[in-house]
Design a protein around this ligand. Structure first.
Ligand code: SF4
Length: 219
């Protein structure tokens, strides 16, 4: 694993590449953001945005989601993966919001994670994007690039990756860094075809070097 200093230098390069990175899930309030993040599991933000353009016109409050039959909600979100499970979780989440939090999205990690379908990543995103609380959510992109760059070990779990990044990056930068790392993974260091040939981190990236050597051998 590389030193924290080197890791932060890498994060700085990524920050320069994507200075304006931000949450790409469309939403107007913490409730819509929570639903959008829940819907985004194992699907793209683009698909979620296409869906929520209409969905958020029909469903504006937790009551709205509970006032329909589960099959109607399933039908309204069936364009995205895992829609049956997501419909079930949305209704459970809305019930908890009404029963325990007066219909409002709670503002602590512990309370957020008590909601159906809300894990640490979703709670981190909501805390950071909706409430401006310093959080560094680790999604599939953040995990992949942290490991490729050697900031974390391949065997590290998601929580270990989060803890390491939080040590490397100053707290006041956590929220912005989260989006910058996602953009880097989404638009540059892609899962299947990372753009190593034009990557400013190529010289210091062990994964990039490995891929380069493998390509040279094949040629
Ligand atoms: Fe990703 Fe390749 Fe850049 Fe490494 S060199 S960070 S694998 S794009």
């Amino acid at each position: 694993m590389i030193s924290n200093k080197k890791a932060l230098e890498m994060v700085d390069v990524i920050a320069e590449m994507f200075p304006n990175a931000e949450c790409e899930l469309k939403h107007d309030n913490p409730f819509e953001l929570t639903i959008a993040v829940l819907l985004s599991a194992q699907t793209t933000d683009i698909s979620v945005n296409k869906l929520t353009d209409k969905l958020f016109q029909k469903y504006k409050t937790p009551e709205d989601y509970l006032n329909v039959n589960i099959s109607e909600l399933e039908n309204d979100i069936r364009t995205i993966g895992l829609y049956r499970n997501k419909a079930k979780n949305i209704q459970k989440l809305c019930k908890s919001l009404l029963d325990k939090f007066n219909g409002e999205v709670p503002q602590t990690h512990r309370e957020l994670e008590s909601l159906a379908g809300v894990g640490r990543k979703t709670a981190n995103v909501v805390m950071s994007v909706a409430f401006g609380e310093p959080s560094l959510a680790v999604d599939t992109h953040v995990e992949r690039i942290s490991k490729r760059l050697g900031i974390c070990r391949w065997k590290d779990n998601v929580r270990q990756v989060e803890d390491k990044l939080c040590k490397v990056v100053p707290r006041e930068r956590w929220n912005k860094t989260h989006h910058q790392l996602i953009f880097f993974g989404r638009y540059h260091c892609l899962a299947r075809s990372p753009k190593c040939d034009v990557c400013p981190l190529f010289e210091v990236c062990r994964e990039g070097q490995k891929r380069y050597k493998a390509n040279v051998k094949e040629a």
